[in-house]
Write a protein that binds this ligand. Structure first.
Ligand code: PLP
Length: 399
C-alpha cells in the first residue's frame, strides 16, 4: 500500500507556478531576473471592487456561511453578464460560483467523467487541464495543433481523435498558452460537430475580453444554442478585472450538471469567501473600462514582443490574437552549442536561458508540445523589452 494515493501522487506540480517561483527565488537571492512566466495581469484590482470588499467585511451576514452555490446576487449578476458577453441566456440556478476558474475546471470534469472517459484536449493546452482530467478519472487525448495552423484545432482533427469513449471536448479560445482565438465560423463548426457527435463541450472563456485588433470572441453556446444540454462554460474574474488573488470563478451549465457540481462543492469547500464574492459582484456588475485600459497596454506589448521575437535568431512565432501570451517555436535552437552547452529539449533551453540570461520563460513541455516556449506579456513595457533583448542576445550566440 503506498503512503500517498496513486491518484494524488501522480499529479505533476504546476510548471508555470514553478517557473514563477524559481524566478522570484533567484530575485530574492539578488539576481536580476525578468519573469515571463506569470499568467496574471500586472495591474491593480480597480478601486470600486476593493471598496465593495471593504464594505462587505463590515456586514455581519458576510461573516457567516452562505449558500454553497454562491451568493444569490452574484449568481444573478453572472447570469446577466453571461447574456451580455457570451450571448447566452441562463437562469441564476444554472450558475455555480467556485474558488477561481481553476476549481470550476475541476468541478466540470469531476461532474461529467467516469473512469476511462476520454476528453479531447487540443494542444498546446493550459497545463492544469490534463491533471484535472486525470484527477477526475478521465483520460486526456491530445489533439496537437501547430503554429502553421495558428494553433487552431479543426473539426477534421477532432473527428480523427474521436472514439466511442470520447465524452468531452475541452475548448479554450482565446487560448492559454498560444493566444490563439478561433473565428466565430470555426467555433460554430466545432460546436455543430460536438452537438452531432453527442459530445459535451467545456468552454473555458476566461480570456474572453482580451482579444486584439479585428479579432472577435465567440462563445460556442451562442454559436450553437442546440448544445445547451451538453455545454459547460467556465469563467472567472481573475484576468478581466486583475483579480487573480481573490479566487472567484464560476461555471454555467444545464441544471442537472450544475446541481451535481454544487453537491460536490458543498462537501469539498462550501461557499467561496463571501468578501471575495462581494468584490466579484462589484466587478461583474460594474463597468468594463479597466479591462479596456489593460487591453490597450496588452495589445501594445503583444506587438512589441512579437516584433522582438521575430527578429530573434532561431525563434518563430505567430502573432497571437488574444490572452497575454506569445508561444514561439524554439526548435531551431535545439542541438546547437550555447555557452558551452547543447540544449536538446525546450526544457533544457529554458533552464539555460534562466541561468545565463536571467530570463524566465516556460518550456512547451508544460503545455503538451515540447520544442516551444511560452512568454507572458503581462509585465511592464520596459521589463519586456529588456528581457526579450537579453534573450535575443543570448540566442544569437548559438552556433
Ligand atoms: N483557464 C485558463 C485558460 C487559465 O489560464 C487560468 C489561469 O491561468 C484559469 C482558467 C483559472 O484562473 P483562476 O483560477 O485564477 O480564476
Amino acid at each position: 500500500m503506498s503512503r500517498i494515493s496513486h491518484r494524488i501522487g501522480g499529479i505533476a506540480p504546476s510548471a508555470t507556478l514553478a517557473v514563477d517561483a524559481t524566478a522570484k527565488a533567484m530575485r530574492a537571492a539578488g539576481r536580476d531576473v525578468i519573469g515571463f512566466g506569470a499568467g496574471e495581469p500586472d495591474f491593480p484590482t480597480p478601486d470600486h471592487i476593493v471598496a465593495a470588499a471593504e464594505k462587505a467585511c463590515r456586514e455581519p451576514r458576510m461573516h457567516r456561511y452562505s449558500p454553497a452555490a454562491g451568493l444569490p446576487e452574484l449568481k444573478q449578476a453572472i447570469a446577466e453578464k453571461t447574456a451580455r458577453d457570451s450571448g447566452v441566456i441562463v437562469s441564476p440556478s444554472q450558475v455555480l460560483v467556485t474558488n477561481g476558474g481553476k476549481q470550476a475546471v475541476y468541478a466540470a470534469f469531476a461532474t461529467l467523467l467516469d473512469p476511462g472517459d476520454e476528453v479531447l484536449l487540443p494542444a498546446p493546452y493550459w497545463t492544469t487541464y490534463p491533471e484535472s482530467i486525470r484527477l477526475a478519472g478521465g483520460v486526456p487525448v491530445d489533439v496537437v495543433t501547430g503554429p502553421e495552423a495558428g494553433y487552431r484545432v479543426t473539426v477534421e482533427q477532432l473527428e480523427a481523435a474521436r472514439t466511442p469513449r470520447t465524452k468531452v471536448l475541452l475548448f479554450n479560445s482565446p487560448s492559454n498558452p498560444t493566444g490563439a482565438v478561433h473565428t466565430p465560423e470555426e467555433v460554430r463548426a466545432i460546436g455543430r460537430w460536438a452537438e452531432q457527435a453527442g459530445i459535451w463541450v467545456i468552454s473555458d472563456e476566461i480570456y474572453e475580453h482580451l482579444v486584439y485588433g479585428e479579432t472577435r470572441f465567440a462563445s460556442v453556446l451562442a454559436e450553437v444554442p442546440e448544445l445547451a444540454e451538453r455545454c459547460i462554460i467556465v469563467n472567472g474574474v481573475a484576468k478581466t478585472y486583475a483579480m487573480t488573488g481573490w479566487r472567484v470563478g464560476w461555471l454555467v451549465g444545464p441544471a442537472d450538471a450544475v446541481a451535481a457540481a454544487t453537491n460536490l462543492q458543498s462537501h469539498a469547500t462550501s461557499n467561496v469567501s463571501n468578501v471575495a464574492q462581494a468584490a466579484a459582484l462589484a466587478a461583474v456588475a460594474g463597468p468594463l473600462d479597466a479591462v479596456a485600459t489593460m487591453r490597450t497596454a496588452f495589445d501594445r506589448r503583444r506587438q512589441t514582443m512579437h516584433r522582438l521575437l521575430s527578429q530573434t535568431p532561431g525563434i518563430r512565432c505567430p502573432l497571437p490574437d488574444g490572452a497575454f501570451y506569445c508561444y514561439p517555436s524554439v526548435r531551431d535552437v535545439l542541438g546547437r552549442t550555447l555557452r558551452g552547452r547543447i540544449p536538446t529539449t525546450s526544457a533544457d533551453l529554458c533552464q539555460l536561458i534562466l541561468e545565463e540570461a536571467g530570463v524566465a520563460i516556460v518550456p512547451g513541455e508544460a503545455f503538451g508540445t515540447p520544442g516551444f516556449a511560452r512568454l507572458s506579456y503581462a509585465l511592464s513595457d520596459d521589463d519586456l523589452v529588456k528581457g526579450v533583448s537579453r534573450l535575443s542576445a543570448l540566442l544569437a550566440e548559438a552556433a
